[in-house]
Design a protein around this ligand. Sequence first.
Ligand code: GRF
Length: 217
Amino acid sequence: MIRVVILISGRGSNMASLLAAADSGALPAHIVGVLANRPDASGLNTASACGVPTAVVDHRQFASREEFDTAMAAAIDHFAPDLVVLAGFMRILGEAFVRHYQGRLLNIHPSLLPSFPGLHTHRRALAEGLRIHGCTVHFVTPDLDHGPIVVQAAVPVLDGDDEATLAARVLAQEHRVYPLAVRWFAEARLRLADGRVVFDSPQDGAAALIAPQAAGG
Ligand code: GRF
């Protein structure tokens, strides 16, 4: 079983989906710790209720991004993880931090990258009139919301959608693809080689796209 540390900033529903998958035996991983950069992140309570150790590294206590990154890395490394999972973690991490965890740092982003890096992805997708939207799990590189893509799930944008309905449709897929990506990593079925994602089996590569059927025909 690999050791996994999860970083959150808020409600932690993606974290909860990973905890549930690990708990049910569907994910051969031991979630050894949950860290937040905000003491009021409500996901900390969810993690504690599941018996997972938590810690807070409050970014407001540090004068610079580098000092925060150093403290966060120390808190993470205390748990000796094989994999670090960003799950709604809303701080930009510096290059030294990212390099330290190269090949073992995953993020989930609520858009089909490379479209819409950054914030307000659902609002922007609606404003552009997209018919298709989704989420992406990727290895983290120093470029914000870029990096080798592991899995993407697409959802339709429906007439009448607003930011909340679209976000909910995407979030349901996030809860599906993040446990999948972490399971592939845990089972050594996927790795990063020369900056690219490599799957050991073509079936896993094919399963790394989750797409809806078009309505109508
Ligand atoms: C998710 O949509 C995630 O993709 C984004 O922030 C949101 C966090 O939700 N980065 P939660 O904290 O996992 O519920």
